[in-house]
Design a protein around this ligand. Structure first.
Ligand code: F6R
Length: 606
């Protein structure tokens, strides 16, 4: 989604801004732009990638102060005019903005009435003009931004440059901004990734913060004009450099990183002697857990799929009701919140606006939310203040892979912990721990011998649509496989619990239709076999993900086996071939695997 990078210091800004934008590229965007101050402010912007912007830049852009942006269109089409930065009418103010200004129409109308000609269709441009109007009152950049934002309603991460002042003023409300403090230089970014090469000393702005930067100082205040409580911190080493190395794409690299990522996630969090999980960050002791009436889990996309697996594990092991919810629906359905219940917000980026809103809804109604988050220090991690970091390390491909696995691993440990405090025996706990500890090695074993992925790709790559089916704990795995293939290969995919297939999706099947079944050797396998027969009887071609040595293999046209593992952690194995099918299909179709069209890595608008 939109990205911001800014610099003020002794060095030439343009190369630093372009490098900052390159590091934000993984988030997904459709246009880019930079503004550099050198007497006047020079703005360059263009539809396309950072590489496309480079083609229109002059050979040298002098200036040591600048801001830059990658845009993911919300208000107004993908055009050069709508790209950021946006200039004010008299060129005294230039801004970049992430988020949505909800009263933009009203602001734009009032500006038009005052004779200001707007040059884009965006909500953001209005802010540049309003700040310039406020600047004319007292020529004070900080106060001008403060007064302008008080007139705005919505969300923002905003940075403003001023023709007549050597300063950057930035503010946050709902869209992340992080200040990087260097020696005699300051950086500002919407993403910690872009800062790691420059400094570890950072300030995560909080909602309602406003910051005025010079090369040597940061002045923090609140939008209301009071003192901000926000403190400086050290960037986690997890946000260190992540380069492709020998891999052609980040997605493939991240698929291969899963064994180590899972090791990292479970290490030190399993109590073998007690047969339980040990998730200290939850700040919950066994007697708290024994009283929990129910659990709710919230997430979007891949994180929702992981939450569904968490729901099944919690019910199975702890025998308390659990329910996964799609975050974007949650708040609007006016949910009943029981303050004694446990709520989990599951998210890789920790910045997903829909999940943030769902958390706020729960907190407003007196509930507590625990994060299951990858990005350390992200908005959701800080808003929850308690939870589990999944420790996947940076995930840069837009399609999530290793974060899914680690969310499932983290939720399995929680299910075990709550299960042990209420229901299951130590022996059952130890069995699950053993299963979980085997997973990293078994994923490695599978990756070394992946089976006929190419045959599966040949069946799906030209298909009109692909049906994914699974039962029980494999139903969300099927959903995740469908999401992966759809988002990076642009093939319409449908995922259903296998038993539901005969109630509708069966109508889609014709001679040669590919159907992917996820069928580990568990208690629902026999039922899944019935669904396979029903599909085959209609001429469908079956791609079967199954456990090695299982006789179910005779049911498939293309059979991909994974090593056998404890039933409750089978998603950590069965998802891997689905990730590979999606990856290789996208490659075969010539798609941009790491940056699929229209998608963004973190979706910071509702
Ligand atoms: C799918 C994908 C998205 C995200 C979703 C939630 O591969 O990446 O569906 O899972 O946007 O994002 P987070 O986990 O950052 O809240």
């Amino acid at each position: 989604m939109c990205g911001i990078f800014g610099y003020i210091g002794p060095h030439q800004a343009a190369p630093l801004l372009l490098e900052g934008l390159r590091r934000l590229e993984y988030r997904g965007y459709d246009s880019t732009g930079i503004a550099v101050k050198n007497g006047t402010i020079n703005v360059h912007k263009k539809v396309g990638k950072v590489q496309d912007l480079r083609t229109v830049l002059p050979s040298s852009i002098p200036g040591t102060l600048g801001i830059a942006h990658t845009r993911w269109a919300t208000h107004g089409g993908v055009t050069d005019e709508n790209a950021h930065p946006h200039e004010s009418a008299e060129g005294k103010v230039v801004i970049v903005h992430n988020g949505i200004i909800e009263n933009a129409r009203m602001l734009r109308t009032s500006l038009s009435v005052q004779g200001v000609a707007l040059s884009s269709e965006t909500d953001s441009e209005a802010l540049a003009h309003v700040i310039e109007r406020e600047l004319s009152v007292d020529n004070n950049p900080e106060e001008a931004v403060r007064r302008a934002l008080r007139q705005a309603r919505g969300t923002w991460g905003i940075c403003a440059l001023f023709k007549d002042h050597d300063t950057i003023v930035c503010a946050r409300n709902g869209s992340p901004l992080i200040i990087g403090q260097g020696v005699d230089e300051m950086f500002i970014s919407s993403d910690p990734h872009a800062l790691t090469a420059h400094t570890q000393q950072v300030i995560y702005l909080e909602d309602g913060d406003l910051a005025t930067l010079t090369a040597t100082s940061v002045k923090l205040s609140t939008l209301k004009g009071g003192k901000s409580q926000t403190k400086s911190s050290i960037l986690e080493s997890e946000w260190g450099e992540s380069e492709l190395g020998e891999f052609p794409h980040f997605m493939l690299k991240e698929i291969y990183e899963q064994p180590d990522a899972i090791r990292h996630c479970i290490s030190g969090r399993l109590d073998r002697a007690g047969g339980s999980g040990r998730l200290g960050g939850l700040k919950l002791n066994p007697s708290d857990l024994a009283k929990v009436p129910h659990v709710r889990l919230l997430g979007c996309g891949t994180s929702y799929n992981a939450a569904e697996i968490g729901q099944l594990l919690i019910e199975k092991l702890a025998r308390i009701p659990a329910m996964a919810h799609i975050s974007s629906e949650f708040r609007h359905n006016d949910p009943v919140i029981n303050p004694s219940a446990l709520h989990f917000a599951v998210t890789q980026s920790g910045e997903t606006a829909d999940t943030l809103s769902a958390i706020k809804e729960i907190q407003l109604k007196g509930g507590n939310v625990h994060g299951v988050v990858n990005v350390v220090g992200s908005s959701i991690a800080r808003l929850c203040g308690q939870g589990v970091y999944i420790h996947s390390g940076p995930e840069q491909a837009v399609a999530s892979t290793k974060a899914f696995s680690n969310m499932v691993a983290a939720l399995s440990m929680f299910a075990l912990q709550v299960g042990r405090s209420r229901n299951i025996s130590k022996e059952r706990g130890v069995e699950l721990i053993h299963g979980l500890q085997q997973v990293p090695h078994l994923v490695e074993e599978y990756l070394a011998n992946q089976g006929p992925i190419q045959e599966a790709v040949d069946l799906v790559k030209d298909a009109k649509s692909v049906l994914f089916l699974g039962r029980g704990i494999s139903a969300p795995v099927a959903q995740e496989g469908a999401l992966k293939l759809m988002e990076i290969a642009y093939i319409p995919c449908l995922a259903y619990p296998a038993g539901e297939m005969k109630h509708g999706p069966i109508a889609l099947l014709e001679e040669g239709s590919p159907v992917i079944f996820v069928a580990p050797n568990d208690h629902v396998k026999a039922k899944t076999v019935s669904a396979i027969h029903e599909c085959r009887a209609r001429g469908a071609k079956i791609i079967l993900i199954h456990e090695e040595g299982d006789e179910i293999a005779q049911e498939g046209d293309v059979c991909i086996s994974v090593p056998p593992v404890h039933n409750l952690v089978s998603p950590l194995l069965t998802v891997v071939p689905l990730q590979l099918i999606a990856y290789h299909t996208a490659l075969a179709l010539g798609c941009d695997v790491d940056r699929p069209r229209n998608l963004a890595k973190s979706v910071t608008v509702e």
